[in-house]
Design a protein around this ligand. Sequence first.
Ligand code: OMP
Length: 270
Amino acid sequence: MTFMQALRARWNDAATLVCVGLDPEPARFPAHFAADPDAVFNFCRAIVDATAPYVCSFKPQIAHFAALGAEDALARLIAHVHAMHPGIPVILDSKRGDIGSTAQHYASEAFDRYLADAVTANPYLGRDSVQPFLDRADRGVVVLCRTSNPGAGDLQDLLVAGQPLYQHVAAKVANEWNTHGNCALVVGATWPEQLREVRAIVGDLPFLVPGVGAQGGDVAAVVGNAKTADGTGLIVSSSRAILYASRGDDFAQAAADAARALRDEINRYR
Ligand SMILES: O=C(O)c1cc(=O)[nH]c(=O)n1[C@@H]1O[C@H](COP(=O)(O)O)[C@@H](O)[C@H]1O
């Protein structure tokens, strides 16, 4: 099954547009993990197992593992998702972008080393820098378009031929880069107007939408402005608000409750 097929199957069969972001910060783990030499893996595995019924995908963020020297935990975590929750695709958030010969290695890192189903990619270096990802027709390529952070507009809003740069990115990905039908776009939940504008440009292309929860994005505005005609089209991602819903021994149950609540809130507006 391709990434897009798996994503659509989860949207339809599990009736959820929620993505749980896996951004481990050991300082925020419940106290009992302090004595656990495999805390990063064990914490994330507990979150995955508790929230799986409510998600259309998981999104581990690579810097959160690499900064801890926990790449091995990342690889085992993705293998755990594939083995125990087959059909739930994993988006590796690594936001890579480099000249083509180096990008080959980044594609291999995401898809062959970590066995991710999809990866986030930075389009700034142009098509050849993303091509090694695009060539993997069975894997997803989630291209940064209008990011969720406060400085997103510094470069992404600059007018190019009378149009903001992020709209050029949206059109290029939808009309030129998506030859295998494996592309999606990152558009932040913190920018409802831009969500509407990008949706108008790209038809049914899926959006990864981070920025609900800890960054304060409004769920009703996200869904109202960016869902597709069939009430799907969105991968609404939340990390901290789910991972750290409780610091007590009930952390996994609290995460499950937060993921289910987000699923239900999204579904109210679909
Ligand atoms: O590509 C991403 O996932 C991403 C793009 C973006 O525009 N904004 C954004 O916050 N992210 C990632 O999404 C996650 C958001 O985390 P929370 O704010 O805790 O939900 C982080 O891992 C970010 O790196």
